[in-house]
Design a protein around this ligand. Sequence first.
Ligand SMILES: Nc1ncnc2c1ncn2[C@@H]1O[C@H](COP(=O)(O)OP(=O)(O)OP(=O)(O)O)[C@@H](O)[C@H]1O
Ligand SMILES: [Mg+2]
Length: 363
Amino acid sequence: MYAWIEELGTSSEAFSLFQSIFANTSDAILVIDKDGLIVTANAAVEKMTGWSKEELIGHRHICEVCVGMATCKEDTTCSDCFFKQVQIPSFEMRLRTKDGRQYPVAASSSQLPQGSTAKLVLILRDMSAQQQAEKERYQHKLTHYVIQAQEEERKRISRELHDGVGQALYSILVGLNVIGQSRINAQLKQHVAEIQQMAAKAMEEVKRMALELRPSALDDLGLLPAIRSLIKRVEQSFGIQVALDVRGDRRRYGPAIETALYRIVQEAMTNAAKYAQTDRLCIVFEDKGGEIVLTIVDDGIGFDPKQVETNGTGLGLFGMKERAQLLGGSVDIRSAEGEGTSIFVRIPLGKGDVEDDHSRPDR
Ligand SMILES: Nc1ncnc2c1ncn2[C@@H]1O[C@H](COP(=O)(O)OP(=O)(O)OP(=O)(O)O)[C@@H](O)[C@H]1O
Ligand SMILES: [Mg+2]
């Protein structure tokens, strides 16, 4: 191909070939004179900047189109400007459009032979879509990391509360029991009994906190037993009735799936108990083989999900969506004022997501 172009030499065929490449390439090509004035631009420049060729050629200085070169430390800088260099094979710069927008472009520049009015040729490629994709990938990774770290930390604190503070309180209770049964006067006995009550209350509280942070049932017994005991706690604490309907296979899933679904149910139930002003809640859990479909419905006062999204009031609904998306699934929230709230969760199940061991006590 290259030899063929060379063979064409300076013929008119070669000229029209290069003209066609110049006109049709999706990369923007700008030619700049020694004063920085744009002297040639192809159609892609018009598309990328919003300026017409007539407005650009002979009228615009390169600095009106270029905001600056990007470095790893700065968004844009004009030090070491490409215009002063002989050749830079690749760099990143920010382009300014006619309507004042800015976006990143991958660029390369090279000086033209001396003698001609043109000094430098600049080739630009729009990188905004790639950069956006890269940003989303990074945010995805970061969210995954934060959720994982948060779960690990909850597990650690829960264990320490249960095994450390919980055990210490238990020992205190046993000790107080011994003192209470020894030969002491009635007044002191009464005092010991009061402290015993306080210690028992503190122990209950520690147990509750440990459970809320990370129930050991989730790791030991699996998702459904953990959800069942969560339901019991919510029913007791908030005085609401929760109906759980389990359909399809009953099996254990990978820890990431079990944790995500548990947290989603926990958040949905807490929200319903806090805001819905209802005393009934229904959960349907269905293992469809290739995916898990979970629905949490309340018949309460409802809300406007769009408004909540724009106001950014809480993190709960956002967290539910993030957790599902990290597993390739989705959360769909349907609600309207006066019409209750339904939350639909879908989590796909791959080969490694389901544990084969049916003997595990997960029912
Ligand atoms: N089941 C529901 N019924 C009525 N309103 C709800 C329900 N679920 C959520 N909302 C409304 O949506 C808002 C946002 O919920 P979200 O869980 O995101 O945040 P939050 O509960 O306010 O705070 P956080 O969950 O971060 O502690 C709530 O403040 C509430 O107004
Ligand atoms: Mg919430």
